[in-house]
Every structure is written in structure tokens, then in C-alpha cells.
Design a protein around this ligand. Sequence first.
Ligand code: TA6
Length: 297
Amino acid sequence: MLTNDMIFEETLSPSIARHSMNGLPILKIQSPKCEAAISLHGGHLIQFKPNGHQDVIWLSNKAIFSEEKAIRGGVPVCWPWFGPVSSPSHGFARISSWQVLDHEENEQAVTLRLKLSASKETRALWPHDFSAILTFTMGETLRIDLEMINTGENPWQWSGALHTYFNIAEATETWVTGAGASYIDSLKNDRPCETSEALIINQSIDRIYTAPDETIAIHDQGNQRIIHVRNQGHNSAVIWNPWKELSRSMGDMSDDGYETMVCVEATRYAKDLASGSLLMPGEKQSLSTEISVTSAE
Ligand code: TA6
């Protein structure tokens, strides 16, 4: 596990310690309920393991920790846009440096809040004023809330995703239920499609499910568990697995990396920047995901 290669820097609280990885700050959480790790580069959670369970979140064993790149795996925060509708692809939040706002802990959970505000760098990519707050609540379950506020004088539009990579024992023995019947197939020129079947992860998949159930379930048969994903503030759920060829072409993923991961994302999808969700000056909106694990019967 890459998290073992980190260098300890200082203790912040009984459950939180600051480490570094290639010079990038990482906060490691070790509590009675879970182990977790969050990179301040990207505001990117890279580990979540509730006690008594396998890792829930997948991190590439070839992930690159560098200021220029998004980390492969974990929960990239794609914001203020989703996909390649502007540059950089999936927005700048996942390659920006987030500040620690505060943290607290009790017997049930450790809560950590990070902040990103408009700067010279962000305005060069997106000419708007904003404040974004990421709240990680880590206990037996994991909750991530991304709250965004328009701190400027003009309205702006956003799209985005909490692009969670889930750790599974074996893709071909994994199926996903609750994603809904309708999806846009990004691998077929964005063709609208309908299905009535559970999705088995046995091929290259890149789909935007437009009417998901309240909870999506990942049946991780090899680990005899079900991972439940409850999203809020989304308008769709993206499901992605790069499969063989794309995995092999990615420098930060091992050739067989696709066999043990699937992304199920809380997504606010928009086909271009202008059709994103509107946020008026002074308004707030949020996007959240809540992840829990139960044993398969
Ligand atoms: O969410 C699915 C997706 O948009 C895919 O199209 C795929 O390219 C993936 O995200 C990863 O994108 P990235 O920029 O992290 O390589």
C-alpha cells in the first residue's frame, strides 16, 4: 500500500497525523472506527478502511503524487466542471492545494474540513469567485460533502463529481444494482440507452446513469460484501471501468489495475460549461456521497 511509503511529520490530534508523500501533505486518520488518508493536494481522499473490513477505496499502486497531476484512485474532486468540457479535464479542484479549516473527533467519527478559494491561478482557468468546502466524516461509514458558495457578483454554472474509485476483489464477479434504467453511453457517442439488468463489470464501461435509485449497491462478491453508495445533490451517477486497453495505456495504473476497481460517482453532469447548474451570487449548493459496507448474506 502506497500509504506505507509516507513520511511522518507531526501529530495534529489523537486521531490525525500529518505525513508527506513526495513533498505533498497527507493527513492520516487512525481512529477506533477506521483508517483513512487525505491528500491536501486535490482535497483527495486516498484511503478508507472501516475496522474489520478490507479497504473500501481503491488507490492505484502506480499513483503519481505530484502537484501537476490528479492522483489515480481515491476520490478525485472533479469541480467546477465534469469531464473534458474545459481545461484541465475534470476541473482544477483535484489538482489544487486545499487548506485545513478545522477538525474534530469523538468516539463515532473524525470530521475534517478543507477549503479552496478563488486565486490568481483559478481565475486564469475560470474567471469566477468562489469558496468550496469539503467535509470528510470518517467513522464506520464515510461521508464526503462538497459545498460551494458563489462569493462573487456574477452568477456562474458548475458541474462536477465525487469520482470515487471502489476497491473490489474481482471485477468480473462484481455487479452493480440501483443505477437505474436510463444511461448515456460515453463509449457510443453519448447515445441514450435503456437497460433492465444489473451491471456486471466485465467490459469497458463509461456510462452516465441519469435516474439512479437513492442508493446504489456494489455487490463485491469476492470480498463477500456489499458497498452502499448514497448520493445527494447529484443529477446522475457515472459508472466507469477502463478495462484492459485503457488501463495499459495509462502510466499511473498497472496493466491489471482495472480488475480490482470500479468507479461509482456522485455526478452533477452537464454536457458543456454553459449548461451547468446555476449558482447566483451569495448562493450555496452541495454534492455529497455516503458510503457504507455490509456483509453479503
Ligand atoms: O468519470 C469517467 C471519466 O470521465 C472517464 O471518461 C475516464 O476518462 C475517467 O473519468 C478518468 O478520467 P481521468 O481524467 O482521471 O483520466
